[in-house]
Design a protein around this ligand. Sequence first.
Ligand code: NAD
Ligand code: TYD
Length: 341
Amino acid sequence: MTTTVLVTGGAGFIGSNFVHMLAELRPDWRVVNLDALTYAGNLENLKGLDGRKGYAFVHGDITKPEDVERAFTSASGAKNLFVVHFAAESHVDRSILGGLPFVNTNVVGTQVLLDASRRHGVARFVHVSTDEVYGSLGATGLFREDTPLAPNSPYSASKAGSDLLVRAAHHTHGFATLITRCSNNYGPYQFPEKFLPLMIANASEDKPIPVYGDGLYVRDWLYVRDHCEAILAVLEKGKLGEVYNIGGNNEVANIDLVKAVLKALGKPESLITYVKDRPGHDRRYAIDASKIKAEIGWAPRFTFRDALPLTIRWYQEQKDWLARVRSGAYREYYATQYGAR
Ligand code: NAD
Ligand code: TYD
């Protein structure tokens, strides 16, 4: 195998979708998945890949240079060595409760990974970031790649910090970096603390759906498969040192999303429960994804009309997965197997 990709955070939501997609679209690539298996990492997301030739899992923490070194040892020997960096603390609400794990993994971990990647001669390094680094939009306008960074939550501030370290690695050391900034993803394997799987799970059990504030917050929803295809396109065709926005052209207010999900599930709107707003809640995110279309030829293939029903059906069919994630049962296995944190 001439190409090896070291994926970080491949047991999480987007990372696991990306690893599955590579097995399908680039079956001759070797994939090494480095993941610490935090609460958000779930090896069940990668069922079917274990034991597959060309796939290896390395249990390790990106903030620990010795763990990152082990992953590179496992990835050695390839003609082309790529890194796609997903690993992060990713939930805004958790960052409000405590920012330190976000600084450790997202900022320190990214620098550890950059240093090791340069030492190991990585040919292309894709840093998966977020549109949240741009802050919040009013009723109009779109985030462009040259929109100034103005992060508002400890999560987005830590992601902005990591973006700047990646930028610096390119400018100072000429390291072969690319940054992607995407909007809110949805699809299979998303941890049900995030809004969409949370509302599907709650509604399925006739439990209330907590809507923050007035529910008029807007997100630009991106189907995870579209996102993964965009990342692969950036990895293969992106111009080094550049930033690419990735969006779904799919702006929806939270309350409209809840109503659509309730309707699809045949559940009453009386499940909607308005709760206290998130502090510092960003009003609206929306992406201008014209650069990636013009330079790389990527555009989203899915709209909510197709992919929301697919997503709802996936969670309905994966009731065991959801139950084990919600009960934390999958963590008991890790505690025995890996002593996970
Ligand atoms: P996730 O929380 O589902 O998964 C994160 C993964 O990283 C988990 O498998 C976890 O175990 C692993 N991880 C966490 N800390 C680690 C560490 N110190 N060392 C090694 N592994 C560690 O996240 P996600 O939703 O899949 O997001 C992936 C990336 O995409 C993140 O960088 C996130 O900032 C970015 N992003 C996500 C969204 C979204 O809608 N989910 C939107 C924009 C950007
Ligand atoms: P979330 O999935 O946490 O993603 P992000 O904060 O990165 O955009 O939240 C999506 C939107 O849904 C955001 O506006 C916050 C809102 N939200 C609720 O109204 N209720 C909830 O229980 C959650 C988790 C989120």
